[in-house]
Design a protein around this ligand. Structure first.
Ligand code: NAD
Length: 516
């Protein structure tokens, strides 16, 4: 099918910006409706494009194409599928620099961080290239006399992926690499805030030889999401985003008979024991708290300092925060900064409001990022790195996810008080302990109610051959992302019990008996 040019979108400033289309049937596909949403360059605050928002007709077109794609893809041999997976892997590795620029332009994170996100996504593509050994069935000979039992793992069919703004490449790669390798057709609904990475990946799949319809990008908002959640064509939903939406997705998709994995928000704590190396702790807290401007679901947002080390640790973190360079993630004359802007003006104001709340509730603002601007980028959505100390655990700034460059220090008297605080929270995505005491670390890993744990590692995102997922309000459903969980999620197992009569014992009247 030929590429259809999309009509440009007029912004309020009466200038025209490009319109970002869907990807359906192996080609760019304009929306049948007129709805669009602005896509910003967060570093300048300018509207860079308008993204198409699907209406019901677009959802129907996307699903019909995906069904056709699945019919073709499910007939591909394992060897042919694997060749496509390897081609995609090689293309992505060779051209990841292009993708990183696209991510930075729409998300705002610094280019090296965008490269890091792609590297973590590529790890899952690497895993998925080895899919034949992960989708093999099992065989039990002679389970009963003359009876064999064996299993087949088959793809689900058309599967839906709904992704958040903060990892426009990595999160889709977590899911679609496994889903496609396992033989499914994917409809991806990326975040409307940074939709271009998905479109770029769709074109790469086509170059790698994936048949049209196996990878579809449906741009949009709730209309597109609800279309996927309620359609009988869609067999499963993989979601990553905020907790209230994750819960809505889980409930709605389950009510419509689908398999669901819905990953939600987080509030990750780092417990620092008095014997820890405080320089390593301070470096780790700064990297994990302010990297990607705190817009990471595995960011550290709370440091629990077990006394008597809090004063010394706060001073070390404050000194490092003072040296952080904030600016355009794409870099400039002074090279790449440490941290870029937040995703939107609305989100920046929400982050600022949480700092107001913390202050009103009695926290001390050690470093204040409110009102921060970058020279030459006065309209960008910047928020300076912020350090809060003595944050009351009753404050909404402590209990809720802020999702910005705000690190809160809470002082605790003991290891147990720290663990109890972690376990009392609503979320259970990631956590870390910093100590040189192996026994304390072992007790920590045993007692915390959290899905991913770091021991002297601040952002413990598991490698691709393990699986990613939190507990409590950080994940609804029981199948984590990627690894063995991912392949289990994207396949359906059949168990076959077979009896074949030995020709030697067959009755005389049988036809076609073989003389053995
Ligand atoms: P979000 O929940 O606002 O959006 C996620 C997706 O849901 C987007 O595609 C969006 O278009 C869609 N959506 C939004 N509102 C909807 C509605 N009312 N009905 C149907 N669909 C809707 O999340 P976000 O702001 O894009 O991402 C940030 C959040 O994601 C944070 O809470 C972060 O912790 C979380 N996150 C979690 C993980 C994890 O692994 N647990 C990873 C990354 C991000």
């Amino acid at each position: 099918m030929s590429t259809v040019a999309s009509a440009p979108v007029a912004t309020s400033a009466a200038t025209e910006v490009p319109r970002i289309p869907h990807w359906i049937d192996g080609a760019e596909h304009p929306s049948s409706g007129a709805r669009t949403a602005p896509v910003y360059n967060p570093a300048t605050g300018a509207i860079a494009a308008g993204v198409t928002l699907a209406d019901e007709e677009d959802v129907a077109a996307a699903l019909a194409s995906a069904e056709r794609g699945f019919a073709v893809w499910s007939e591909y041999s394992i060897a042919k599928r694997q060749a496509v997976m390897f081609a995609f892997r090689e293309l992505l590795n060779a051209r990841k620099g292009e993708l990183a620029q696209i991510i930075t332009a729409e998300h705002g994170k610094v280019v090296s961080d965008a490269m890091g996100e792609i590297a973590r996504g590529l790890e899952v593509v690497d895993l998925a290239t080895g899919f034949p050994s992960l989708v093999k069935g099992a065989y039990s000979e002679n389970a009963s006399s003359g009876i064999d039992v064996y299993t087949l793992k088959q793809p689900l069919g058309v599967v839906g992926i709904i992704s958040p703004f903060n990892f426009p490449a990595m999160v889709p790669l977590w899911f679609f690499s496994v889903a496609i390798a396992a033989g499914n057709a994917v409809v991806l609904k990326p975040s409307e805030k940074d939709p271009s990475a998905a479109l770029w990946l769709a074109k790469l799949w086509q170059e790698a030889g994936l048949p049209d319809g196996v990878f579809t990008v449906l741009q949009g908002d709730k209309v597109a999401v609800d279309g996927l959640l309620t359609s009988p064509v869609v067999q499963s939903i993989s979601f990553v985003g905020s907790t209230p939406i994750a819960q809505y997705i889980y409930e709605t998709a389950a009510r419509h008979g689908k398999r669901v994995q819905a990953l939600g928000g987080a509030k990750n704590h780092m417990l620092v024991l008095p014997d820890a190396d405080l320089d390593l702790v301070a470096d780790s807290a700064v990297n994990a708290g302010y990297g990607a401007a705190g817009e990471r679901c595995m960011a550290i947002s709370v440091v629990l300092a077990v006394e008597p080390i809090a004063d010394e640790l706060v001073a070390k973190v404050r000194d490092r925060v003072a040296r952080l360079r904030v600016g355009n993630g794409a870099g400039g004359a002074e090279g790449e900064p440490d941290m870029g802007p937040l995703i939107t003006e609305v989100h920046r104001d929400k982050v600022a409001a949480y700092v107001d709340i913390a202050e009103a509730d009695g926290a001390s603002v050690v470093v204040d990022g409110r009102g921060f601007t970058v020279d030459g980028h006065e309209d960008g959505f910047f928020f300076g790195p912020t350090l809060l100390d003595h944050v009351p655990t009753t404050s909404r700034a402590y209990t809720e996810e802020i999702f910005g460059p705000v690190l809160s220090v809470v002082r605790v008297a003991s290891f147990q008080e720290g663990v109890d605080l972690i376990n009392s929270g609503a979320f259970g995505n990631g956590t870390a302990v910093f100590t040189n005491d192996g026994g304390a670390a072992r007790r920590f890993q045993r007692e915390v109610h959290v899905g991913m744990i770091g021991i002297n590692v601040p952002i413990p995102v598991p490698v691709a051959y393990h699986s990613f997922g939190g507990w409590k309000a950080s994940m609804f459903g029981d199948a984590k992302a990627y690894g063995v969980h991912g392949f289990d999620f994207f396949t359906r197992e059949k168990a076959i019990t077979a009896r074949w009569i030995d020709p030697a014992t067959r009755h005389q009247s049988d036809h076609g008996g073989i003389d053995l």
